[in-house]
Design a protein around this ligand. Structure first.
Ligand SMILES: NC(=O)c1ccc[n+]([C@@H]2O[C@H](COP(=O)([O-])OP(=O)(O)OC[C@H]3O[C@@H](n4cnc5c(N)ncnc54)[C@H](O)[C@@H]3O)[C@@H](O)[C@H]2O)c1
Length: 326
């Protein structure tokens, strides 16, 4: 263990929804004992089944030995209360819903339950740890660790210290991410949305504007962005895309294009009317596209198989940005 890095043996995951179940699985696959909790009984009861499905897909994609499935699942234990789930834990990661008041309340409760050396982390997509930990007695042990969906496949996690996060907490969290096969990115300034969500939101804002204005169909917008921009970005980052394209070209493009792009800060009317009608996307089987239970399962499997193939390719090419699977 390097100086300034704490030894982590047991990890607690609180919140086992879209993100939390896969995160629990990754820690277990990395050899950690995982103690898990969700306030909804069905989420607790289904944890192992959901992870087993993920792991089976990884076995089919030849990214995992079949014999590792049972070992991984056996390292995860589900508890009926937060107190039990964090008992004796070295690293607690909350993955509950995105609500600042809930997260603040949870952190101040956790402070009373965990050992003095335990690290408290949040998977929040937007809230700075400085805000979450504002009233805590020990904010130095708190840090943001931001994963991406599907959490058991996407290699990068962003790690963002708050103003009071200690160098030891930061170094331990970065080290932990590496130990579970993830690629940590240290975000040095605490900006809301960190790196990826800011960039993604800028792109999505433009996409909604193009769709609302009827520039192309939803299918064609997805095809263009995924097949051109997404294709390139799966190999190199956007700043390198600029270098390869030529900064002279990009400087002209900026002058010509940016004044003509949307800079709106209101929720696009199309997204708002879908939300108002209760259409949230795959979780309600209707969003921009329509889904049936069957087509959804098929699409999710296809997506995960595709992501796993990409992860395998990255791993084989030893790309510095990758290396996600344990
Ligand atoms: N969905 C994504 O793509 C994504 C990506 C990165 C980060 N995040 C962040 O991860 C967090 C969770 O998001 P999600 O998409 O998994 O949400 P989700 O709604 O799918 O899951 C949240 C889970 O937390 C449980 N929960 C809520 N309050 C709780 C509490 N007080 N104690 C214990 N369990 C509680 C819920 O029952 C639910 O199962 C949010 O902060 C979100 O912003 C989400």
């Amino acid at each position: 263990m390097k100086k300034g890095i704490q030894k982590i043996e047991t990890v607690s995951i609180l919140g086992l929804g879209t993100m939390g179940h896969g995160i629990a699985q990754v820690f277990a696959a990395g050899g950690y004992r995982v103690r898990a909790f969700d306030e909804v009984p069905a989420a607790r009861e289904s944890l192992h089944a959901r992870c087993q499905e993920n792991l089976n897909t990884m076995v089919t994609a030849r990214m995992l030995k079949r014999s590792s499935v049972a070992t991984t699942l056996s390292r995860m234990e589900v508890f009926d209360s937060i107190e039990e789930a964090v008992d004796g834990s070295d690293f607690v990661l909350e993955v509950v819903k995105e609500d600042l008041a809930i997260k603040k309340k949870l952190f101040s409760f956790l402070e009373k339950c965990v050992s003095p050396s335990a690290i408290l982390a949040s998977n929040t997509s937007t809230f700075p740890m400085t805000k979450i930990a504002a009233r805590l007695a020990h904010p130095q042990r708190c840090v943001n660790m931001h994963w991406f969906n599907p959490s058991h496949i996407v290699p990068v996690v962003e790690i963002i210290p708050g103003e009071k996060t200690s160098p030891e907490t930061l170094a331990t969290t970065i080290d932990l991410a590496r130990r579970i096969g993830k690629t940590p990115v240290h975000v040095q300034k605490e900006v809301p949305g960190f790196i990826v969500n800011r960039v993604q939101a800028a792109m999505i804002r433009e996409v909604w504007d193009l769709w609302q204005r009827g520039v192309a169909s939803a299918e064609d917008i997805d095809l263009a962005v995924s097949g051109a921009m997404g294709f390139r970005l799966s190999a190199i980052g956007p700043l390198q895309v600029c270098d390869f394209g030529g900064l002279d070209v990009w400087s002209k493009l900026f002058k010509e294009l940016t004044p003509r792009m949307t800079s709106g800060v209101r929720v696009p009317s199309k997204i708002q009317s879908l939300v108002d009608d209760g259409h949230f996307g795959t979780k309600t089987q209707k969003g921009i596209f329509d889904y049936t239970q069957e087509s959804l399962e098929q699409k999710r499997n296809e997506r995960d198989r595709h992501f796993l193939e990409l992860a395998k390719l990255k791993q084989n090419s030893k790309s510095p940005a990758m290396g996600c699977l344990v």
